[in-house]
Structures are given as C-alpha cells and as structure tokens.
Design a protein around this ligand. Structure first.
Ligand code: IPE
Ligand code: IPE
Ligand code: MG
Length: 236
C-alpha cells in the first residue's frame, strides 16, 4: 500500500452481521455486536493511517422494517459503543459526525450521540461520520425542500441553484465525496447509501462478512483502489 496515495474519504457499507451470526448459530444481535467490535479496529486503523474521512453505514431509513427487537437491540449496542469508545476516540483526536435524521432514534441513543458530537467537536484528526437513519433518497428530498423554501421566501432564485448549492443542503455538506466505497458480505449494491456523493467513487466489493473485516482487509481494499485509474469523464 502506498501511504502517499491514500483515499481522502473511505465510505463503508458494513453488511453481513446477520449472516455471520447465523453461520455460528448465534442470534442476529450477536452479529451486530461482533460488527461493532470490527468497527472499532477499522476506525483505529483508518485514523492511524492518516485518512481524513471515514463514513460508515450503520442504520438505513429502510432498516426500520426489521423486527422491533433487532432495531431496539442495534440502538442499545450503539449506546454501549459510545459509552465504551468515546474516551479513546477523543484521545485519538477523532471527530464524530452523524449523517441522517438521528432525532428519530430512541431518546437514550440521541443523548449519547449528542455527547459524542459535543465532546469531539474540536478534534482535528479523522472525521468519523456515522450514517444513522440515513437514506440518500430522503436526503435528496430533504435538500430539495430546504432549497424550495428558500426560493419561496425570496432568499434564492431557482436559476441560481447549482450542484454546489445543492450539495450544501445535503447531510454531507461539509464532507468531501468518498473516493472509495467498500461493501462487505458479497452484496453488490448501494442500498440507498450516498447516491449523489458516490457519482465518481471507486467501489470495492468483498465477500468477507463485516464482523470478519479486519484492518488488513481494509488495507487490501485500499491497495485495490490504488490500482484504479480515475478519469472523472476526462482523459487520463
Ligand atoms: C448490516 O448487517 C448491519 C445493518 C444493516 C444494521 P445485516 O444485519 O444486514 O446482516 P445480513 O445482511 O442480514 O447478513
Ligand atoms: C445496508 O444493508 C444498510 C446497512 C449496512 C446499515 P442492508 O442489509 O440493509 O441492505 P439490503 O437490504 O441487503 O439491500
Ligand atoms: Mg444486510
């Protein structure tokens, strides 16, 4: 891996927790718990490599369709994750951000998230963006409404809407587009993740289930990324 050519922003669809649990005859929540442990190591490695942005898909707007006990269990695990990891994240100068409408989460989870946001807000190392109750289509509709309101209130003219103005109204307004999007577990789709933002991202799909995804797997994905030729529609 070339340490001089790291992606500035890595985004990950952390998929396969349920199948990992099933393969071990464990309940699905044991898979989500193992997924959190894997995440901890990935954040550490990303941070120590000096990557500037990591975005992880933790809960989608469609994941509410799952049984109530799984949904509630995931949010409980999130609360425990913040309780266990916040101190170390802060020591490592990691800045936590949320993308998605996290106010719809249970109160306890919202409180923990806000604690993490406030505690790490002045940190200057890795920016760790957690996508929670995030869905790209929702995000795009939400941005459109915000812009439409501004036009209706004469704060802006329709003809002044540009790509960069649109971007400013997304949850990711202050985050550069991902250079590398990784999805684990063998699925090859975006599942409503960063649709606008990944227009020119490089994709790496791996069969590894998320709880088995180690920092070495991350470095393999980065190596794969480094072999790609990015043209952005132009010529090399
Ligand atoms: C990803 O693992 C985590 C979330 C969606 C919250 P899954 O729970 O989707 O695992 P599989 O796809 O069922 O194996
Ligand atoms: C995407 O995984 C969402 C997260 C990883 C949080 P899903 O498991 O929900 O996606 P589908 O249903 O297989 O497309
Ligand atoms: Mg899945």
């Amino acid at each position: 891996m070339d340490r001089e050519k790291l992606p500035n922003h890595i985004a990950i669809v952390m998929d396969g927790n349920g199948r990992w649990a099933r393969s071990k005859s464990l309940p699905r929540l044991a898979g989500h718990n193992a997924g959190m442990i894997a995440l901890k190591e990935i954040v550490k490695r990303t941070s120590s490599l000096g990557v500037k942005h990591l975005t992880v898909y933790a809960f989608s707007t469609e994941n509410w369709k799952r049984p109530e006990n799984e949904v509630g269990g995931i949010f409980n695990l999130l609360v425990h994750y913040v309780e266990r990891e916040l101190e170390e994240l802060n020591q490592n100068n990691v800045k936590v951000k949320i993308i998605g409408d996290y106010n719809k989460l249970p109160k306890k989870a919202v409180q923990k998230i806000e604690e993490a946001l406030i505690k790490t807000r002045d940190n200057t190392g890795l920016q760790f963006n957690i996508a929670l109750n995030y869905g790209s289509r929702d995000e795009i509709v939400r941005a459109t409404k915000l812009i439409a309101d501004k036009v209706a209130n004469n704060e802006m003219k329709a003809e002044d809407i540009t790509q960069s103005i649109f971007k400013e109204h997304l949850f990711t307004s202050a985050i550069p587009d991902p250079d590398l999007v990784i999805r684990t577990s063998g699925e090859k789709r975006l599942s409503n993740f960063l649709l606008w933002q990944s227009a020119y991202s490089e994709f790496v799909f791996t069969d590894t289930l998320w709880p088995d995804f180690t920092p070495e797997c991350l470095e393999d994905a980065i190596k794969e990324y480094q072999k790609r030729v990015r043209r952005f529609g132009g010529l090399k």
